[in-house]
Design a protein around this ligand. Structure first.
Ligand SMILES: C[S@@+](CC[C@H](N)C(=O)[O-])C[C@H]1O[C@@H](n2cnc3c(N)ncnc32)[C@H](O)[C@@H]1O
Length: 197
């Protein structure tokens, strides 16, 4: 497994940008869980500097990084105890969850989160954003052989989805359109959530 590098400069820039939204929420000793870790860059970067456990799960395994605490799971039932993860990170994953499954997935995220749930998401603002989001969603479903509907929401819609599912929105921060590279000017946001108990 490649433990040294990124696929591209844009990947590295994007990962470090994602990290900048997560690290302010980490405390020494925290258990951090990355749900939908994909290549594992974000979890791996957290491991490099964080004094605590880093766990990662996904529904498919296409890691490019050595993550000692990685597990495959069924996409809904997280294999962790209630409130066992201080900080849970969900990077650009929820839009792949069919809309009818989102409440179950969010309930599980809420169940395992002790302090902070950090969700990074596409938040389309215009027709071009929605076009690229749709293409991305379709490509992923083709990869996993799924024909389910997809759910890319605008910023206010995500906020509503979180609140309805008992997750309080502490902050909603815009992610710069050019934080990846100028050829991929995605409209994205970072939501800082906490379980409403
Ligand atoms: C666009 S990638 C993002 C990867 C990584 N979080 C990042 O920010 O680089 C989306 C990931 O979500 C994963 N995924 C899709 N549905 C999922 C589910 N229900 N539970 C966990 N992961 C899921 C996919 O397998 C994929 O790895």
């Amino acid at each position: 497994m490649d433990t040294s590098g990124y696929r591209s400069k844009a990947d590295r820039k994007d990962t470090l940008n994602t990290l900048s939204y997560i690290t302010p929420h980490l405390r020494p000793g925290d258990t951090v869980l990355d749900v939908g870790c994909g290549p594992g860059n974000v979890a791996w970067e957290i491991m490099q500097s964080h004094d605590g456990h880093v766990l990662a799960v996904d529904v498919v395994d296409y890691r490019r990084r050595e993550l000692p605490h990685f597990a495959l799971y069924d996409g809904v039932s997280l294999p962790f105890a209630d409130a066992s993860c201080d900080v849970v990170v969900v990077g650009f994953m929820l839009h792949h969850v069919p809309n009818e499954m989102k409440p179950a997935v969010l309930a599980e995220l809420r169940r395992v989160t002790r302090r902070r749930l950090i969700v990074l998401e596409d938040t389309p603002r215009n027709a071009l954003d929605r076009y690229f989001n749709r293409r991305h969603g379709e490509a992923f479903r083709k990869k996993i052989g799924s024909s389910a509907g997809y759910g890319f929401f605008a910023l206010e819609e995500w906020k509503q989805v979180f609140e309805v599912n008992s997750l309080s929105v502490v902050d909603a921060l815009p992610i710069g359109r050019f934080s990846r590279d100028w050829q991929q000017p995605f409209a994205r946001s970072c939501f800082v959530l906490e379980p409403a108990r």
